[in-house]
Design a binder for this molecule. Structure first.
Ligand code: ARG
Length: 578
């Protein structure tokens, strides 16, 4: 399978070696998409200085030694020394045909890495908010994509299931009873449960005292306390899982690796850091001070690993976490798909762990920073009353709105089918909106925009693939059958489409390397737009010759498979019809 950019890079490199000697054979050929050709090689400009020659002269040398007649129709020098490369139509056609024989659609298998990926990570007895929605959706797309690239992905749902609030949560659960309507709230409206516990904590000194004692028993591993704690977790799991199944993300109970998992390691973490002289006592707390982390007036910012009351916090847990992922999971890369505001925290934790010798050279922790989701007022998304948005309500509304659209457009379908499509479209739209902008930028949550049938939206891509399916239905041809057809390129729209198809594998590889699902969205959007141009200029079922019809159907088959595969990597459904 051929990534044109990769093949051209190899050829230009060979030319560099042949023209300027072996020491140039591994120079970067700097192949880029070109405005005037398919690609351009910019190596001449980069190498001119080193060679002590004018860039255009260097370019001429490259062209002279370039052996690419089998894949290039034209090779031209332009501007200050660009080498413009135009691919041959028959080469593109042959590659597109080969793509159809490849179950991976041109996606390379990468050298297998162990990749723990920390995503979703909601907190027990708290409503999941749109921030958690976004880390869940982006994390899941990355997990799917990295798995497709051949990596050993280890999902780690770092749920907040430990800490001081659990004293009050446990006492409240004890008060109301685990089969009560109040306890049921944990499954449907966890914030309400939390608020009730908090109100008691703030209102009753007796309750507050019990809650504080309860935390101590929990920390000490008291069996009776742990039993109630487990019940609390079970009830919360029901809530998380309902969200996950609505979103159709791949997280299961087996992926739960919450804060509590590291509890037993925290003392050792502190001890070891103290023994190594990395942690010191400061104002009663055990702290790590790192160079370069200073706050106002140059005051050093500490990483607090044991509070003055003896309690451990979020940072201590994350120190144990990175140590575990590096050592036990033997991670090559460790991905943290977490809100951008936590960046400072992670940098300090990882630097400390690195200094302590817990993170070997070969392990790279990476913060995939998630930007905020904003309301139309430009502030963090909230309800009109100022309360945080309830995630399930948000998802329900998306499906409802999609329903209205499907009902209007497809009155011919039965209600069950319409409902099914509406679900796929509504949920797909919300997920795609999270994925299509770069993960670290903020974006405004806007139902109208995400559900629009035009623009870079989920429904637009879902429609693009549904339209392809309907062509096959209308023509009475199965896509698998059409895939065998020979591809010939006549029209520009056919050429553009075929060339775009070859870009799928390289794009997926790029997403795996750069951890940017929006690149895949952008690619699929370009593909969908090229399909529109293609239909406009190239009738498929009514093509004037059988060969042309077969070739166009083969192009459609490839486009369909790529759209479906691409959406699947993003975790977005591909409806049979729309
Ligand atoms: N539960 C945390 C939150 O809601 C996110 C945890 C992220 N992962 C981690 N290893 N700290 O903000």
């Amino acid at each position: 399978m051929a990534d044109p950019q990769e093949i051209l890079a190899q050829r230009v490199q060979s030319a560099l070696g042949a023209a300027f000697g072996p020491e140039y054979a591994d120079a970067d050929p700097v192949i880029r998409p070109s405005q005037f050709a398919d690609f351009q090689a910019n190596a001449a400009l980069a190498l001119a200085k080193r060679l002590g020659r004018k860039p255009r002269e260097v370019a001429a040398q490259i062209v002279e030694h370039l052996d690419a007649d089998d894949l290039c129709r034209a090779v031209e020098i332009s501007g200050p020394g660009f080498v413009n490369l135009t691919l041959r139509d028959d080469w593109i056609a042959a590659q597109a045909h080969a793509l159809l024989g490849d179950p991976r659609l041109g996606t390379p298998l990468q050298r297998r890495q162990n990749i723990p990926i920390d995503y979703s990570a909601p907190n027990v007895a708290k409503e999941m908010h749109v921030g958690h929605l976004r880390t869940t959706v982006v994390g899941d797309a990355l997990a799917r994509t990295l798995e497709f690239l051949g990596h050993n992905v280890i999902r780690q749902n770092h749920v907040g299931d430990w800490g001081t609030p659990f004293g009050m949560l446990i006492e409240h659960l004890l008060d109301v009873g685990d089969t009560s309507a109040e306890a049921e709230l944990l499954k449907s409206d966890p914030n309400a449960f939390y608020q009730a516990a908090k109100a008691k904590f703030d209102g009753s000194e007796e309750f507050a005292e019990r809650a504080r004692k309860r935390v101590v028993s929990l920390q000490a591993g008291d069996e009776g306390t742990l039993e109630i704690w487990r019940e609390l977790i079970e009830l919360s799991k029901a809530y998380f899982n309902r969200v996950y199944s609505t979103l159709e993300v791949t997280l299961t109970d087996a992926d739960l690796a919450g804060e509590s998992m590291y509890n037993a390691m925290l003392e050792g973490v502190c001890q070891e850091l103290e023994d190594q002289g990395l942690a010191v006592m400061s104002e009663g707390a055990l702290c790590v001070f790192l160079d370069g982390y200073t706050g106002r007036e140059g005051k050093p910012v500490p990483l607090i690993i044991r509070k003055s009351d003896g309690g451990y916090g979020y940072a201590t847990t994350d120190l144990a976490t990175i140590r575990y992922r590096a050592r036990e999971l033997e991670a090559d890369r460790v991905l943290y798909v977490v809100g951008a505001p936590q960046n400072l925290h992670f940098r300090m934790v990882w630097e400390t762990a690195r200094k302590a010798g817990w993170v070997p050279e070969g392990t790279e922790p990476i913060h995939v920073q998630i930007g905020n989701v904003l309301g139309s007022d430009g502030k963090i998304l909230r309800t009109r009353s100022g309360k945080p948005i309830r995630l399930m309500e948000l998802l329900d509304e998306a499906v409802q709105r999609a329903s209205a659209v499907v009902e209007e457009n497809r009155p011919d379908l039965d209600a069950g089918t319409r409902e099914h499509i509406a679900r796929e479209v509504g949920i797909g739209a919300v997920k795609y909106a999270d994925l299509s902008v770069s993960h670290d930028t903020e974006y405004v949550f806007d139902f109208d925009r995400m559900l629009a049938l035009t623009g870079n939206t989920g429904p637009y891509l879902q429609y693009a693939q549904a339209r392809l399916r309907s062509i096959f239905r209308k023509g009475g041809v199965a896509p698998e059958e059409a895939a065998a057809g020979a591809i010939t390129i006549g029209e520009k729209a056919e050429r553009d489409l075929a060339l775009r198809l070859l870009g799928f594998g390289p794009t997926v590889a790029l997403v795996g390397d750069n951890l940017e699902p929006h690149r895949l969205c952008g690619y699929l959007f370009d593909l969908a737009q090229e399909l529109t141009a293609f239909y406009e200029h190239c009738p498929v079922l009514t093509a004037d010759t059988d060969e042309r019809r077969a070739s166009r159907l083969a192009l459609c088959a490839a486009a369909l498979r790529i759209l479906v595969q691409g959406l699947d990597l993003l975790g977005v459904r591909a409806p049979e019809q729309m």
